[in-house]
Write a protein that binds this ligand. Structure first.
Ligand code: 13P
Length: 260
């Protein structure tokens, strides 16, 4: 469960050994004492989750898996189930990240099955959506967001809205250093909110947070977080450095306090 604090989520992707993650988590646990105005979620690689849980268990910092399979168990080499993530200390899972969609070929239907299985198992979900550059240039952004939301969440609106977070991550902004402008991000977040309200009345309130992801760093965090409709960040590269990650959190904390 999350409250009205901005969510500052770190997606470490395939970076950091368990030892490196452990060091980061120890430093973050200390620094987070002064950053109570934000909600931290860390998504380490699968091999580091259990190790980090020991550091984070008495802190408000939560952990997310970066992916999962929808089956409870079975002959699925290389996969991790919802209950395995939970037993290792995760309360969240990221599903449908653009790298899962575009590097590993995951379909909207596959993603929907995972979102359903995660919610059913009791994990909270960060579902990622976002258009590719060619979609944006062809003015298809809204259509892509609509399809990814519709297909990814079909039949799932009976779950409490606060168990779902949407991360809007335009593919062209991920890892490129090209960040969406506040106007572009704000427009897309407005579209996501409108689609959710229209298609999923069960989810139709501000409890579904919408995060922005794609080249977020301390230099651009203030203008993004103060854009209406942006409820936090899903951060890749800049989340690997604990000082930079905490700088972003501090900026979010200060900006949201100022605008509240
Ligand atoms: P970067 O912050 O490295 O652009 O990555 C964003 C992302 O994919 C987070 O899930």
């Amino acid at each position: 469960m999350i409250d009205s604090k901005p969510v500052i989520a770190a997606n470490w992707k395939m970076y950091k050994t368990p030892q490196e993650g452990y060091q980061f988590a120890r430093q973050l646990a200390t620094k987070a004492l002064n950053l109570k105005g934000v909600k931290f979620i860390l998504a380490p690689s699968a091999t580091a989750i259990f190790h980090l849980a020991e550091v984070l268990k008495d802190t408000p910092i939560e952990m997310a898996g970066q992916n999962m399979h929808f089956a409870e168990e079975g002959a699925f080499t290389g996969e991790t189930s919802a209950s395995m993530l939970q037993a290792s200390g995760c309360t969240w899972v990221i599903i449908g990240h653009s790298e899962r969609r575009h590097v590993f070929g995951e379909s909207d239907d596959f993603i929907r099955q995972k979102v359903a299985a995660a919610l059913q198992a009791g994990l909270n979900v960060i579902m990622c959506i976002g258009e590719r550059l060619e979609d944006r240039e062809a003015h298809r952004t809204q259509g892509v967001l609509q399809q990814q939301l519709r297909d990814g969440l079909e039949g799932l609106d009976e779950y409490p809205a606060e168990r779902l977070v949407i991360a809007y991550e335009p593919v062209w902004a991920i890892g490129t250093g090209v960040v969406a402008s506040p106007q572009q991000a704000g427009d897309a977040h407005g579209q996501v909110r409108a689609i959710l309200n229209q298609r999923f009345p069960g989810l139709a309130d501000a409890d579904v947070k919408i995060l922005y992801g794609g080249s977020v760093k301390s230099a651009n965090a203030a203008e993004l977080i103060s854009t209406p409709g942006i409820d936090g960040f899903l951060i890749g590269g800049a989340s690997l450095d604990v000082n930079e990650y905490c700088s972003i959190a501090e900026i979010a904390q200060n900006e949201v306090q100022v605008t509240n």
